[in-house]
Design a protein around this ligand. Structure first.
Ligand code: 5GP
Length: 183
């Protein structure tokens, strides 16, 4: 049997990370896939826990070796999910990836639950990106440009959760995930 797959997508800064943290407290035994990236680590990020931080050369080598189930360029850096992350004996695997990656997963795994997390507005997203304080002005500008494109894609997704109220958004996500993950 294949492990159920949950894909959480939506623009950077929309609060995907916080929602996933809340979900894991309520539905344990879900494995959150660790992505690979060429972006440098932020303060406090740990290699192998937050990401596999790879050089551009190593990332490209693994692309050529067919090691990624999906990969994309986001705000000037490469990101991808290694196939090995999906082959785990767990109740479900969860991917937190951008829209380009979500499309690639949808094409390969029609059974996956895809959930798009939307901000209440683009202005609110910008405020959140700035409040987070993790990115340079240049990165924020790139992320906002990417967000405009990602928001235009929301209708491609059967499930859209507007993250205006964290508690309500989490309850909605838990309900969706509960449908494909055995209790
Ligand atoms: P950040 O640099 O803020 O950690 O991530 C930037 C964006 O890349 C986020 O929207 C995140 O969802 C996306 N991302 C993270 N890992 C992956 C991945 O493995 N594949 C794809 N396609 N996108 C990813």
């Amino acid at each position: 049997m294949v492990t159920p797959l949950v894909v959480i997508t939506g623009p950077s800064g929309v609060g995907k990370g916080t929602l996933i943290k809340g979900l894991l407290e309520r539905v344990p035994c879900i494995h959150v896939a660790v992505s690979a990236t060429t972006r440098p680590p932020r303060p406090g990020e740990v290699d192998g826990r937050d990401y596999y931080f790879l050089s551009p050369e190593e990332f490209e080598r693994r692309v050529r070796a067919g090691e990624f189930v999906e990969h994309a360029v986001y705000a000037g850096n490469r990101y991808g999910t290694l196939r090995s992350e999906l082959e785990r004996p767990v109740r479900a695997v969860l991917l937190e990836i951008d829209v380009q990656g979500a499309r690639q997963i949808r094409a390969q795994r029609p059974d996956a639950l895809l959930v798009f997390i939307a901000p209440p507005s683009l202005d609110e997203l910008e405020r959140r990106l700035r409040r987070r304080g993790a990115d340079s002005e240049e990165q924020i500008a790139k992320r906002l440009a990417a967000a405009r494109e990602e928001l235009a894609a929301r209708d491609e997704f059967a499930h859209v959760i507007v993250n205006d109220d964290a508690e309500r958004a989490l309850a909605e996500l838990e309900r969706l995930v509960g449908k494909i993950v055995a209790r």
